[in-house]
Design a protein around this ligand. Structure first.
Ligand SMILES: Nc1nc2c(c(=O)[nH]1)N[C@H]1C(S)=C(S)[C@@H](COP(=O)(O)OP(=O)(O)OC[C@H]3O[C@@H](n4cnc5c(N)ncnc54)[C@H](O)[C@@H]3O)O[C@H]1N2
Ligand code: MOO
Length: 341
């Protein structure tokens, strides 16, 4: 790129976007776009932005402009259900979710790309639940230009897309509420409306609900029947240590396969995730009635996207698996549950 003083720049074509920041308006944006032909009246504006020199366009032989790097890499980075801007701004291209689902990023290859130290590709966390239009990543090279060789190295890292959004597959759910006190009517069931609303956020319709006493055989039968009729079964209550807590044994007797009972996340220790004929069946502990977010909120989006959670992932979820119990909950935009993602 050719560097010129402002006096020499009039009539020349700007070789990159020039940024302006207006703190009073909390604004950061493009003041002069690449390709702009510098006019006499631009000089004082450029001086006001702290410029004494600018880069102007010239033919590149060995180097690649930041805009070219961004437009070349963006279609390679983006996988299924990801859109991206066709015009870079300040050398940067943003990526967006095209549908509702979970965001996936191959974070090992992401690190390999970023390790080249010229590109910058930050993303949101792997497995983050997204809605259509949510920004999920942004790409630029950090300097104004890079070598062709560097472009080739970057392209090698994105032979396969790095990011995508997996849609939710599960459409219907059954809620089986257990507990003698709820079944007898001594207390009002709080779980059905709570879980129905939670599932609705992900486009899941609750097609069957029932309230059962703490009777193992009854719970077991109900689980088997519900798993035949719906894509997901949630069984609430009776999941912990009381002698009347028979839910997990009932799940086992119904043929639900699970690697282990519970998980290291608090709140939500007693969430158990299992499968019967590939239908996910979860024991949902009572903590979900009180705490804004629990282990269920961490794993539910992945379950709905058809993913199974491995024993190793469950073990690792202890890191970052303690809720901060903030007065106002901002989950999922918080560290809870993202330690192992
Ligand atoms: N000594 C220990 N105590 C507890 C442990 C433990 O490991 N050792 N685990 C705790 C955890 S974690 C949870 S969570 C809770 C309760 O888990 P459960 O899922 O077994 O819940 P229940 O015992 O059935 O009920 C507890 C409480 O919640 C009320 N409840 C239950 N279902 C409903 C409903 N549908 N609507 C309204 N209220 C409901 C129930 O009446 C009880 O008051 O165990 C900890 N204790
Ligand atoms: O199983 Mo409990 O409070 O950790 O939800």
């Amino acid at each position: 790129m050719k560097k010129l003083s402002l006096a020499e720049a009039v009539g020349e074509t700007l070789g990159y976007d020039i940024t302006e920041v207006k703190r009073s308006m909390n604004y950061k944006g493009v003041a002069f776009k690449r390709g702009h032909v510098i006019q006499e009246e631009d000089i004082s504006v450029l001086q006001g932005l702290g410029k004494n020199h600018i880069y102007v366009c010239e033919e590149f032989e060995t180097d690649v402009h930041e805009d070219t790097a961004a437009t070349t890499l963006a279609p390679k980075i983006a996988g299924e259900n990801i859109s991206f801007e066709d015009q870079p701004r300040e050398g940067k291209i943003n990526f967006y979710a095209q549908i509702r689902g979970i965001f996936k990023v191959d974070y090992e290859r992401l690190a390999q790309l970023n390790r080249l130290a010229i590109p910058s590709l930050p993303t949101i966390h792997n497995n983050f639940p997204v809605v259509k239009g949510k920004q999920v990543a942004a790409f630029r090279i950090i300097p104004l230009t890079c070598t062709r060789q560097m472009l080739e190295q970057m392209l090698e890292q994105v032979e396969q897309p790095l990011i995508c959004v997996k849609p939710y597959k599960i459409k219907t759910a059954a809620i089986l509420v257990t507990g003698n006190e709820v079944h007898s009517g001594r207390i009002t069931d709080g779980f059905t409306p709570l879980l129905t609303a939670k599932l609705q956020q992900y486009g899941v319709t609750v097609t069957y609900t029932t309230i059962l006493p703490d009777v193992k055989a009854e719970i077991s039968q109900a689980v088997k029947k519900a798993a035949e009729k719906s894509d997901l079964v949630l069984v609430t209550g009776g999941s912990s240590v009381d002698p009347d807590d028979v839910t997990v044994t009932a799940l086992h007797e119904a043929g639900v396969q699970f690697d282990e009972q519970g998980n290291p996340i608090q709140p939500g220790n007693n969430l158990t995730i299992g499968y019967i004929n590939a239908i996910p069946v979860c024991a949902v502990p009572a903590a979900a009635l009180v705490f804004e977010k629990t282990a269920l909120d961490i794993f539910l989006p992945r379950i709905l996207a058809g993913e199974t959670i491995s024993k190793e992932e469950i073990a690792k979820s202890g890191h970052g698996g303690l809720c901060h119990f903030c007065p106002k909950c901002h989950y999922p935009i918080c560290p809870f549950g993202w330690g192992a993602s």
